[in-house]
Write a protein of this length. Structure first.
Length: 286
């Protein structure tokens, strides 16, 4: 055998030895797919990468965050099993609860609850409730958001009004942060948002929230939960739940929670969302 063929054979054997054995490693592990609507943080890509790495290491399986533009898309992809877990608003959760398991509920200010905020521009006076925005432009967030759509429409319904009859014009921004920015910039005169997002943005960008004013706060309702598909392996569901619940018990988890302006997670119960279900049955959002 000449020198060239000998060296080629030696290199080929070394390369083969360096490759992992398919038989030994088994089939590739399917990632856990977690659905999210747009996160309101500035550098959300970097944050989600850190959170993904944290969850993957502690669950022992690869995790992939899948961002979608709306809660409807998240719900549809849960139905067809393209997502395993999702951070979902309470409204779509109660409308599809038979196909979903409550996984974990975030804590904000120590409670698994939040409020819907009615906001207006800081230079608009004499606005005390949603009825005072008659003839003005109003911004909703996502059509399937509780705090940014269902709750303000429920208030209108109680008064015998609707968005079509009260406002000169209304529109959806598809995110709570964009509602706040629309009001702050004058694109809208008022809007409805998750109080959690307004409060968090007031820490990150007070120059934005400072151009708005909170007109009223709703009673407290169950915080938007993380949910799992009902047909997801129960052992995997329990493992993921344990990791979420344990985030406040280690430094890396606490740093992630602090970025989200959250205090931790609790298991939660479906009863936390019962009032939302009652409202949804009373208001036609079709």
């Amino acid at each position: 055998m000449d020198r060239r063929r000998f060296l080629a054979g030696l290199a080929s054997g070394a390369a083969a030895a360096a490759l992992p054995s398919t038989a030994a490693s088994g089939p590739p592990v399917e990632p856990i797919r977690i659905g999210l609507t747009p996160v309101f943080l500035d550098d959300q890509a970097a944050f989600l990468n850190r959170w993904r790495n944290y969850l993957s290491a502690r669950i022992g399986s690869p995790v992939v965050f899948v961002q979608r533009a709306s809660y409807r898309e998240i719900s549809e992809q849960m139905h067809i099993r393209q997502l395993d877990i999702a951070w979902m608003c309470g409204y779509p959760y109660v409308m599809d609860h038979s196909r979903l398991h409550l996984l974990a509920v975030p804590l904000h200010l120590g409670r698994p609850a939040y409020h819907s905020y009615l906001i207006t521009r800081d230079d608009i006076a004499d606005i005390a409730d949603i009825g005072d925005l008659a003839g003005k432009v109003f911004a909703f967030s996502d059509p399937n958001s509780f705090s940014g759509s269902l709750y303000p429409r429920f208030l209108l319904h109680q008064s015998g009004l609707s968005a079509d009859t009260l406002f000169r014009r209304s529109f959806f921004t598809w995110s709570h942060r964009k509602v706040i920015e629309a009001v702050a910039s004058g694109l809208a005169d008022g809007g409805a948002v998750a109080g959690y997002v307004w409060e968090t943005l007031s820490k990150l960008h007070p120059e934005i929230t400072g151009r708005t004013r909170v007109v009223s706060r709703s009673p407290s309702y169950g915080f938007p939960p993380f949910v799992a598909r009902a047909d997801l392996d129960p052992a995997l569901t329990d493992k993921v739940r344990a990791v979420f619940l344990g985030m406040r018990d280690d430094g890396a988890g606490m740093r992630l929670l602090e970025t989200l302006n959250l205090d931790g997670f609790v298991p939660g119960t479906p009863e936390m969302y019962a009032t939302i279900a009652v409202m949804a049955n009373q208001v036609d959002l079709s």
